[in-house]
Design a protein around this ligand. Structure first.
Ligand SMILES: [Zn+2]
Ligand SMILES: [Zn+2]
Ligand SMILES: [Zn+2]
Length: 263
């Protein structure tokens, strides 16, 4: 048997569990060419990702498709959930941590900024009620600040980006940076991104949008920080996989559900 190299031990994998904007793609009742597309790359669940090391598995965001995303990816244990912000398309599936509570026999560790954790008390109030219904989901909340923390052997640096007026959280894990729902990134946060090899960033559509990066906003960030490769996520129904992929610069790809990248 070959002796695994140090690199093998150090390898981490990000799997895109969902790459669609808040309504997913296709949108219910929409007859546009992308929603009607037969290309499987145009079937996008709500934005989420799984990060795996040889020791731990962490999920970034748990939107309304969380249950199906766990089943589809065959995920049987989750060591922590990292939340970017409390919008429904990122937290609407938190009730479905219940099987993990049951099998793992402890509350699910959930990380997020102060605004996100506070919002959970109204998003999913019965989980935090004084007299909890038996079987209600259980969480242990950890507030992230501008400093690194660890989940097992995964070191995670949270940093702030702006989603219109809402400060939300992006995450750096070694050479990978994961940003969703950004509209503005401060100079100090751009410094956190610089030097990464793999950048995941949101790109909603070609037209400008009030609270999300457009395609050109995302490409401008990529151009500035020059990662080796970049992947677009949180994609809307005007961005067909084949057509937009053909236009992207070298090293930039449309992510799609199920895509896995090692970093
Ligand atoms: Zn979103
Ligand atoms: Zn459509
Ligand atoms: Zn949002």
């Amino acid at each position: 048997m070959a002796i695994p190299s140090i690199n093998t031990f150090a390898m981490k994998r990000l799997t895109f569990l969902g790459t669609g904007t808040s309504q997913g793609v296709p949108i219910i009742g929409c007859h546009c060419p992308v929603c009607q597309s037969s290309d499987s790359h145009d079937k996008r669940l709500r934005t989420s990702a799984l990060v795996s090391t040889d020791q731990v598995q962490v999920v970034i965001d748990a939107g309304p498709d969380f249950r199906y995303q766990m089943l589809r990816a065959g995920v049987e244990n989750v060591d922590a959930i990292l939340l970017t912000h409390p919008h429904r398309d990122h937290v609407g599936g938190l009730d479905d941590v219940r099987p993990f509570n049951y099998y793992q026999k402890h509350p699910m560790p959930v990380y997020g900024n102060a605004i996100t954790l506070k919002a959970l008390r109204t998003t999913i109030p019965y989980a935090f009620a004084e007299h909890r219904y038996p079987g209600a989901p259980e969480f242990t909340l950890y507030e992230v600040e501008d400093r690194p923390f660890r989940v097992g052997n995964l070191e995670i640096l949270p940093f702030e980006v702006m989603h219109y007026k809402l400060p939300i959280t992006a995450y750096r894990m070694g050479d990978l940076v994961y940003i969703t729902d950004a509209k503005f990134i401060s100079r100090s946060s751009v410094e956190r991104i610089k030097g990464c090899k793999t950048l995941v960033v949101n790109a909603l559509r070609k037209e400008p949008h009030l609270s999300h990066f457009s395609l050109s906003d995302a490409l401008a960030l990529i151009e500035e920080v020059r990662p080796e490769r970049a992947y677009l996520t949180h994609i809307g129904h005007t961005m067909g996989y084949a057509a937009i992929s053909a236009e992207l610069p070298a090293g930039v790809e449309m992510a799609y559900d199920g895509l896995a990248i090692d970093f």
